[in-house]
Design a protein around this ligand. Sequence first.
Ligand code: BGC
Length: 245
Amino acid sequence: MLNMKGARGGGANRNAHSKARMSPYPQSTVERSHVPDEKVSWRVEWHEYKPVEYTAAAILAGPANPAGRTGLGGQGLLGRWGPNHAADPIITRWKRDNHGNKVSHPVSGKDILQFVAIKRKDCGEWAIPGGMVDPGEKISATLKREFGEEAMNSLEHLMVYKGYVDDPRNTDNAWMETEAVNYHDETGETMDNLTLEAGDDAGKVKWVEISDKLKLYASHSQFIELVAKNRGAHWSEDGDQGYHG
Ligand code: BGC
């Protein structure tokens, strides 16, 4: 292994950090702000330090929002350039009465689905218990940990949506994508044995009845609608008119 001692240290090794201070920046005419040797280290306070910002046009063109212009460049609140990945597990069961019989809606006549919803602490809205995932990470792994592998395997999996989401944090160069998967407990027996517990980012967690009357966070109503439609469950009181799929 190469010995790079000093390179990550106090910045005392000026040779290790000289090319990274050269101007102009490669393939451009961009001049860096001058950084003297003694101010290289992040540990030396330097309040007036304001580095020149530069991202090559070709690089910016790479992470270009697939849905179009947003009026804002940069990363905003998002951790990565380009797609930022979330996962939305939609856990459902049928609404049942005290005798365990499915309850159908008085108007549509269709059985009513319930899903696990959380009250988000950031905005107070009810939502699917979704979250950010690292590229390549599988939400099913997180769910296995939370619900147990056995419970997970006994649920029916259905891919509901995968791709771009219209999210207020999106910019021209960074945006949200999600994978919404429905985990359905047909008999209601699997989820009955589990107690719902909210994570750190969630205030409350409960089973919520699915219908077009629900006001949910971000694009979550659309995902829920797809689930209801797909499972032949109740969605709206005026038949299929409420469906924009
Ligand atoms: C949320 C997901 C949501 C995604 C896109 C994430 O922060 O956890 O539930 O679908 O953002 O809006």
